[in-house]
Design a protein around this ligand. Structure first.
Ligand code: 6PG
Length: 238
């Protein structure tokens, strides 16, 4: 596990620079770059930066295959949709012919089955081997839509599943641990003082301590990087 600490704005510049390096390397080696985007609010600044002229000039987005690590069970034009956030911040500003949207407008189980099939078709029925998975962190220790004590945490066969989240009284749609932990690189981007406590708890917990889903992100043979701003990092090592 690698921990990288930056000032707030530098976090997104660092992530964008890595995106350039990793995407160009994957495209050179395999002709494409596969990335699963995270949702919520934090990554918007990264997506906006990637859409800027400076970064568009460095990335061949026609060879980037965009997937989603999770999605809400909502219409694609809903303000709660992770697709809508990524579309407004990035896809609407670049030429991105390979975007695989989770059909959040369907019933949860149908949306999950549909995306499971998309993943199985793309990865030839093998466990997805994403070049990069972006993840965020909730203050309860959730990541993607793997929430504490939620059923999807135990899913070991499916790559993508619906997940009932009691505290929302709603389904979410999410990659499962086997799909996430098979990635070449997993990058957490966590910013803000409100995440400092959970970051400390996770950094000081053991992988066996399963109460925090984010602590169960342990790539089989890939890289795990935590990219934090100084606010989110401030209590670590106290
Ligand atoms: C989602 C995300 C989720 C997010 C965390 C942090 O769909 O909400 O995938 O896992 O990364 O909840 O969200 P913020 O970045 O908004 O703090």
């Amino acid at each position: 596990m690698e921990i990288n600490k930056n000032e707030f704005h530098a976090v997104f510049g660092q992530a964008a620079d890595w995106f350039v390096i990793w995407s160009n390397k994957a495209i050179a080696e395999r002709g494409i770059f596969t990335v699963a985007l995270s949702g919520g609010s934090t990554p918007r600044k990264l997506y906006e930066l990637l859409a800027s002229g400076e970064y568009q000039a460095q990335i061949d987005f026609t060879k980037v295959h965009f997937f989603f690590g999770d999605e809400r069970n909502v219409q694609p034009d809903s303000d709660d949709s992770n697709y809508k956030m990524a579309h407004d911040a990035l896809f609407s500003k670049i030429n991105a012919p390979n975007v695989y949207r989770v059909k959040g407008e369907l019933a949860a189980i149908d949306a999950a089955n549909d995306y499971e099939q998309i993943l199985r078709d793309f990865f030839q029925n093998e466990t997805p081997h994403f070049d990069l998975i972006l993840l965020g962190l909730g203050t309860d220790g959730h990541t993607a839509s793997l929430f504490p004590d939620s059923p999807a945490l135990d899913e070991q066969v499916r790559f993508f599943t619906e997940n009932w989240v009691e505290k929302f009284g709603a389904y979410r749609l999410t990659l499962t641990l086997p799909a996430i932990n098979n990635a070449r690189t997993i990058l957490f981007i966590v910013t803000g003082a409100d995440k400092a406590q959970i970051v400390t708890q996770i950094m000081q917990s053991e992988p066996s301590e399963i109460k925090f889903p984010a602590r169960r992100i342990n790539p089989i043979d890939g890289k795990l990087i935590w990219l934090l701003d100084v606010e989110a990092f401030k209590n670590v090592n106290d």
